[in-house]
Write a protein that binds this ligand. Structure first.
Ligand SMILES: *Cc1c(COP(=O)(O)O)cnc(C)c1O
Length: 375
């Protein structure tokens, strides 16, 4: 069986988790959390980094930091994971979905401006498959309208746009360390702050709305409840597990990119014969091999191909059901403009097995199975 995903396991995770346990400091902000934060600050060159229980939680912190209230609007693509929208819906926002580009499956930067109203409080970009959105255009639209840009970079660790790490271009960025992501600790996430005006409040929101972090640093003599908030810290046991992988991030990235290129070269012939479409990468970005997808010519081909691969013990999966067509999306959002690509392209997309340590033997089997299907 060739699984769709297998979380990385380098071996050092066990050692570090044991060390965290023996430190007798397993709540949040322990020694491993600090090591992770230092790694993020040095690699992402961000103002602040806060490990969180998940990317979903990091997105929720964003919504609180931006003071999202009932009736506010947030613009985002419909082709994304529900958390991208949920975090804002929880604060009462209405989601304004705009169409995607068929090449990257990212938000179409040219559809954003027409969706802006006087209620628009944020533009949320999602860097699908760790491939950057067209950020220069998006930032200039946002600056012209004085609207903050925030980044769902859940899939984007180690990816860049014109040399800048994803998640660091807007004012806030969120990452995921769920077991399906490139670096993982089971469940985990990260909020990064690129505009220092959010730093102090972020520290309070994550500490249950208290100024406890200031107290721990000796800056005040007692702490109390000063704002709304929740518990957005990550246990140091999870941080220890994650740190083992961050330390070897280059190696993991290299390995995934090798599998990505292996698939690409193996399948290019099927693209030339018109059976499938392969992913396109804009020159402006270097990616991280998070996802390798192909697009079939239609939904029926995809359904048959999934079944065909399943019978050969190859697990390939699709996502996302567009949010604007989902039960909750119909209540909490609306699609601005025409859905030209979101539904059509999402119905053709198929993700192939992709994980750290995928052997070229297994990748070959996947390629050959797809070729056999089209024979
Ligand atoms: C994985 C993912 C999330 C959710 O991440 P969790 O850490 O599981 O909360 C959100 N947005 C996108 C685009 C994702 O891929």
């Amino acid at each position: 069986m060739i699984p769709f995903n297998r979380p990385p396991l380098l071996g050092t995770e066990v050692e570090y988790v044991l060390e965290a346990i023996n430190n007798r400091k397993i709540s949040g902000d322990g020694p491993f959390t600090q090591r992770c934060h230092a790694w993020f600050k040095s690699h992402l060159k961000c103002e602040q980094a806060f490990l969180a229980p998940s990317c979903t939680h990091a997105l929720e912190m964003m919504a609180i930091l931006l003071n999202i209230e009932a009736g506010d609007e947030v613009i985002m693509p419909s082709f994304t994971f529900p958390s991208t929208a949920n975090a804002f819906v929880l604060r009462g926002a209405k989601i304004i979905f705009v169409d995607i580009r068929p090449d990257t499956m990212n938000v179409d930067e040219n559809r954003i401006e027409a969706a802006i109203t006087n209620k628009t409080k944020a533009i949320m970009v999602v860097h699908y498959a760790g491939v950057a959105c067209e950020m220069d255009t998006i930032m200039s639209i946002a600056n012209r309208h004085n609207i903050p840009v925030i980044e769902d970079a859940a899939q984007g660790m180690m990816s860049h746009y014109k040399g800048r790490p994803l998640g660091t271009i807007g004012c806030l960025g969120a990452f995921s360390f769920h077991e399906t992501k490139n670096y993982s600790c089971g469940e985990g996430g990260l909020l990064i702050i690129n505009d220092s005006k959010y730093s102090e409040r972020a520290e309070i929101i994550r500490e249950k709305g208290t100024n406890r972090s200031k107290f721990f640093r000796g800056m005040i003599d007692k702490y109390g409840w000063v704002d709304i908030g929740s518990s957005y810290l990550c246990s140091d046991i999870n941080a220890a597990y994650l740190y083992a992988q961050l330390e070897r991030a280059e190696e993991i990235n290299h390995d995934r990119l090798a599998s990505w290129h292996y698939y690409y070269h193996g399948l290019v012939e099927l693209e030339q014969r018109g059976h499938i479409t392969l992913p396109e990468l804009p020159d402006s970005c270097t990616h991280n091999g998070h996802i390798f997808f192909i697009k079939t010519n239609n939904l029926s081909d995809r359904t048959k191909l999934i079944k065909y691969l399943e019978d050969l013990d190859v697990k390939a999966v699709f996502h996302y059901v567009p949010l604007h067509a989902s039960d909750a999306g119909k209540i909490h959002g609306s699609f601005h403009g025409k859905d030209i690509y979101t539904t059509q392209e999402s119905e053709k997309l198929l993700r192939l097995p992709m994980f750290y340590g995928l052997s070229s033997h297994d990748a070959s089997s996947v390629i050959n199975s797809i070729k056999a299907f089209y024979q």
